[in-house]
Design a protein around this ligand. Structure first.
Ligand SMILES: Nc1ncnc2c1ncn2[C@@H]1O[C@H](COP(=O)(O)OP(=O)(O)O)[C@@H](O)[C@H]1O
Ligand SMILES: [Mg+2]
Length: 253
């Protein structure tokens, strides 16, 4: 029997203010997931954003991060570095509704730009006159001196402490299946410490947390699906059960 706590979440929903948008022709409003968006309600524990590459999951996560004043390239509210200037202005058209309860922590974890977060931590820690070293919050060992997977896990174990809103973009990218299970266990611990997660993922392991809402992004917009109905689950299950069958189809020429 899985022990569950009943935390109530911090973020309630987002709403796209369509009447403010001048044209649906241009990025990001031309993406089906954005064009057809009205409201998206968040699960108090975990909300998953899933769907094909390019369907707009990161674009939406970045906009939510901006609404929370978290650096859209990743990190906590204390980071404000930018390495690219291509962020969408979707956040300006979103209304975020929160529950009255305050959160003490907020973090945006992106596999894509995690390297830049590690570099920024090293830079800040070298600055004279700064207080305690930031790296101590990540387990003490330079994130550049650990493997991508190890440093990711270090962040999860040491930096995230609960009572927070955590946005994760493809956390599985650097992780072996066993480490993905470790992350899932840590997500559960953090939920018991009053964390709320919004996670973009392709991993059937990561997206399996029972108390969650799964939103699938597609050509027709965003719809809620059950775990067992997701493409990721069905495809992976069928493949593992019969790889030979897939090879027959894939390698027929
Ligand atoms: N700054 C940008 N300008 C124009 N198109 C963009 C920009 N950023 C992303 N896109 C496009 O928007 C689509 C959605 O991207 P993204 O949100 O990163 O997808 P996902 O995270 O679901 O894989 C992609 O087709 C991508 O090429
Ligand atoms: Mg993405």
């Amino acid at each position: 029997m899985v022990k569950m706590n009943k935390n109530s979440g911090y973020l309630k929903k987002i709403r796209l203010e369509k009447d403010k948008i001048e044209s649906l022709e241009n990025f990001p409003f031309n993406l089906p997931a954005v064009k057809n968006l009205d409201e998206l309600a968040f699960h108090p524990k975990v909300t998953y954003l899933i769907g094909e590459n390019g369907s707009g999951k990161s674009t939406l996560l970045e906009a939510i991060a901006s609404k929370l004043n978290i650096n859209a390239e990743g990190g906590s509210r204390n980071f404000n570095f930018t390495t690219r200037d291509s962020l969408s202005d979707l956040d300006k058209y979103l209304t975020l509704t929160k529950y009255p309860k305050h959160f003490k922590d907020a973090y945006f974890l992106r596999a894509e730009s995690y390297f830049n977060v590690a570099t920024e931590i090293e830079r800040l820690d070298k600055e004279p006159g700064a207080g305690g070293k930031i790296i101590t919050y990540y387990g003490g060992k330079s994130l550049h001196e650990q493997s991508h997977g190890e440093s990711f896990l270090a962040l999860f174990l040491y930096r995230l402490f609960g009572q927070g809103v955590y946005l994760l973009d493809e956390p599985e990218a650097a992780l072996s299946p066993a480490r993905q299970l470790a992350i899932l266990a840590r997500i559960h611990d953090l939920i018991n410490l009053d964390a709320q997660f919004i996670i973009a993922t392709h991993s059937p392991i990561i997206m399996s947390y029972p108390e969650s809402t799964i939103y699938e992004f597609s050509d027709t917009g965003i719809k809620e699906v059950k775990y067992e109905e997701t493409q990721n689950y069905i495809l992976m299950k069928n493949f593992i059960n019969n790889p030979g069958k897939f090879h027959e189809i894939l390698f027929k020429n």
